[in-house]
Design a protein around this ligand. Structure first.
Ligand code: DON
Length: 305
C-alpha cells in the first residue's frame, strides 16, 4: 500500500504547479502551493500516509458533510429536505443565481454554500455558541481526535471578507428559507469552515462513512445507517460542486472537497481517505488531490460504479 501511495503522490505532484492556492479568504493564501499528502484508513484499523499527511489545514466545505449529518440526526430528513434540496448543480459553489428562481425556493443541495448555510441553521442549540460547540464535538467524535479545534486566524479572515456568504444568508432569510439572526448563523458557518484537521483525521471520518456509520474502532454506531447512506449519495452527486459529474466518471468515490485543499473520501465497505493539496483548480477542488484519487481509484479498483 505504501508503494502505491508514494506513486500516487509523485503522480499528483506533477499537477500542483497548475493549481492556485485560494486567495478570496486571505489567510488561506499563506498555504504552500506544492504541499500534497494523503492518508488511507482501512476498516481493519490499518493506516498509511505519505507526503504532507499530518499537516493541519481548515476543512472548509468538508464541514458541510459533518453538519448535514448532524442536522439529519437532530431534525430528521423530512425537516431538513424541506429547507434544502438534493439535486446536483452545474453552478459554482458560491452561486446566488438559482435562489431567485420561483419554482425552486430552496437551495439546490447542502454541499453548495447556500444549502450549507441553510443546513447549519437547523442544528440544535439555543444560540450560535451552542450550535458550533455541538458541531465541534461531533467533528471530534467522528475524527477520534479530541484536539480538533477552530483556526481563529482563518475564521477572522472569513468573517472580514465573507460578504458573498452574507448575501446568500440574507437572501434566504428574505425568502423564508432560514429564520433567526443571520449574523449569528453566518458566524457558526464560518467557524465550521475554519475547523482544522489533518489527512489522518479526514481518513478516520471517511472510514466511518464507508462503514455505514459504525466506528470500526469502537464498534459504536456514530451515525444511523440510513443517514449515512443519504449523505454518501449526496457526496457522490454534489461533493465536488460543478465538477461532481466529471469526478464520478473519472474517480467514482463518494467525496467532498474544500477550498483549504482537503478532500474527504469514503469507499463503501473498504476504506476512508483524507487528501491535502491547497493548489486548487478553477472549480475550487484540490488539483493534485483529485489526480491522486484518480490514480488510486484506477490502481486499487475503488470506483463504486
Ligand atoms: O464559504 C466559503 O466560501 C468557504 N468557507 C468554503 C468554500 C469551499 O470550501 C468550497 N470548496 N471547494
Amino acid at each position: 500500500m505504501e508503494k502505491i501511495l508514494q506513486q500516487a503522490l509523485e503522480y499528483g505532484k506533477q499537477y500542483t504547479p497548475i493549481g492556485k492556492v485560494a486567495s478570496y479568504i486571505p489567510e488561506l493564501h499563506k498555504s504552500s502551493q506544492s504541499d500534497l499528502g494523503i492518508y488511507i484508513k482501512t476498516l481493519d484499523g490499518k493506516g498509511y500516509g505519505v507526503g504532507a499527511y499530518d499537516k493541519k489545514f481548515t476543512i472548509q466545505s468538508i464541514s458541510k458533510v459533518i453538519v448535514l449529518t448532524l442536522a439529519l440526526m437532530d431534525k430528521g430528513c423530512e425537516k431538513v429536505f424541506k429547507k434544502v434540496g438534493v439535486e446536483a448543480t452545474g453552478d459554482p459553489f458560491n452561486s446566488i443565481v438559482r435562489l431567485e428562481l420561483k419554482h425552486l425556493q430552496k437551495p439546490l443541495n447542502p454541499m453548495i454554500n447556500a444549502g450549507a448555510i441553510a443546513t447549519t441553521s437547523l442544528i440544535h442549540g439555543k444560540n450560535g455558541t451552542e450550535q458550533i460547540l455541538r458541531i465541534l464535538e461531533f467533528a471530534k467524535l467522528l475524527s477520534d481526535n479530541p484536539e480538533v479545534d477552530i483556526n481563529q486566524e482563518v475564521y477572522e479572515s472569513e468573517i472580514k471578507t465573507g460578504d458573498r456568504n452574507r448575501s446568500l444568508a440574507y437572501f434566504m432569510k428574505s425568502s423564508g428559507v432560514i429564520e433567526g439572526d443571520v449574523e449569528s448563523l453566518i458566524e457558526v458557518y464560518f467557524k465550521q469552515c475554519s475547523i482544522e484537521m489533518t489527512c489522518q483525521d479526514l481518513a478516520r471520518i471517511g472510514a466511518i462513512y464507508s462503514n455505514n456509520g459504525l466506528c470500526p474502532k469502537t464498534h459504536r454506531q456514530l451515525i444511523p445507517k440510513t443517514i449515512c447512506r443519504m449523505v454518501m449519495a449526496i457526496m457522490t452527486t454534489c461533493g465536488l460542486y460543478d465538477a461532481s459529474g466529471e469526478f464520478a466518471v473519472r474517480v467514482g468515490i463518494p467525496a467532498k472537497s474544500g477550498v483549504g485543499g482537503g478532500i474527504l473520501a469514503a469507499v463503501p465497505n473498504k476504506l476512508g481517505i483524507g487528501v491535502y493539496g491547497p493548489a486548487l483548480d478553477e472549480k475550487g477542488n484540490s488539483v493534485g488531490g483529485v489526480e491522486m484519487l484518480a490514480y488510486l481509484a484506477d490502481r486499487l479498483d475503488l470506483s463504486i460504479f
